[in-house]
Write a protein that binds this ligand. Structure first.
Ligand code: A3P
Length: 322
């Protein structure tokens, strides 16, 4: 079941052999670990993260389902937290010369990949990390640290369509995925067995946590960030313990951060047109159209109803309002 690209230990292989599995459309096997589906490599990364990551109380973890606004949240959180160190101008800022994914790195999808054990002790506080893992998997290794978690959530239909474009954009023409029909992606989402899925289980894990608050958790929505960016970035700063002062608000700091982190600004930077992130993905693939409702251009009403009902059913059964 393993390919050369998989770098997994014997311990991980033993664990994997006991997990539920499903084949994807290319014949690769996905495994269900702690309620979410992954390829073997990612399970190895998660095991390493769970074993070796030492949370600091000041750590900030940005969590999301893929294609839900992770890049934007990374840029905003970085700019907000470091605004005393780097003024948010359009002349010199780390976000102008590096991609948000290199400034706030993924735990399981970057730092711990390929069986690595990165030394994160040297990083100065507050450290910012990101993850696509569900809360239960993340929580286990925070080991009761009160570090903060920010979760960004997006409409399943837009996240699905975004993922579909992302996959098609990334792969070479001859590869099977370039002809990947959106129907197949919908089918996958309905079945639930796809990398980091099911969507609704992940959302539920963070929604539940936002009520329990075993870690301080801020639940954000991509749609609200699009609708009221100023209010949402101020909410983010309040939660992170670095509220904007009246003076900052008057002098346009909030607007400057939003402009710096905007889709149009970031996607037009040379670094984001040409570079490749530490997680091995071309920077340009993280930027497309943005906004709300692009699903209408790709999904039928019937698909939309099925997806919405599936999410509602899961969240309603938990008694939580979404
Ligand atoms: P679309 O494919 O709908 O355009 P992620 O960052 O989680 O991978 O999500 C990618 C989605 O967020 C893409 O959506 C992308 O265009 C959008 N996005 C990336 N950067 C953004 C930004 N600065 N502001 C708003 N949306 C952004």
């Amino acid at each position: 079941n393993f390919t050369n690209a998989d770098s997994v230990s014997q311990e991980c292989e033993n664990l994997i052999s006991s997990l539920p599995s499903e084949k994807d459309s290319t014949g690769k096997t996905l495994y269900n670990y702690q309620g979410s589906w992954y390829y073997p490599n990612t399970i190895q990364s998660i095991l390493n993260f769970q074993k070796y990551f030492e949370a600091r109380d000041t750590d900030i973890i940005l969590a999301s389902f893929p294609k839900s606004g992770t890049t934007w949240l990374k840029a905003l959180a970085f700019a907000v937290v470091h605004r005393n160190k780097y003024a948010a101008n359009l002349v010199s800022h780390p976000l102008l010369s590096d991609n948000p994914h290199n400034l706030v790195r993924f735990l399981e999808a970057d730092l711990y990949v390929n069986n690595q054990r990165p030394d994160l002790k040297e990083l100065s506080s507050p450290r910012l990390f990101a993850t696509h893992m569900p809360f239960q998997t993340l929580h286990e290794s925070l080991r009761d640290s009160p570090c903060k978690v920010v979760y960004v959530c997006r409409d399943i239909k837009d996240a699905l369509v975004s993922r579909w474009h992302f996959i098609r954009k990334l792969v070479k023409k001859e590869y099977l995925y370039s002809n990947y029909p959106v129907e197949e992606m919908v089918e996958k989402f309905i079945k639930g067995a796809y990398s980091f899925g099911p969507f609704q289980d992940q959302v539920l894990s963070y929604l539940k946590e936002s009520l329990v608050n075993s870690n301080p958790l801020l639940f954000m929505r991509y749609e609200e960030m699009i609708e009221k960016p100023e209010a949402q970035v101020m909410r983010l700063a309040d939660f992170l313990g670095c509220s904007f002062t009246e003076e900052e608000k008057k002098s346009g700091t909030v607007e400057n951060i939003l402009e710096l982190c905007s889709l149009s600004n970031l996607s037009n930077l040379e670094v984001n047109k040409t570079g490749t992130s530490t997680c091995g993905i071309a920077h340009h693939a993280f930027f497309r159209k943005g906004g709300v409702g692009d699903w209408k251009n790709h999904l039928t009403d019937d698909m939309a109803i099925k997806l919405d009902e599936m999410v509602e059913k899961k969240l309603q059964a938990s008694g939580l309002k979404f």
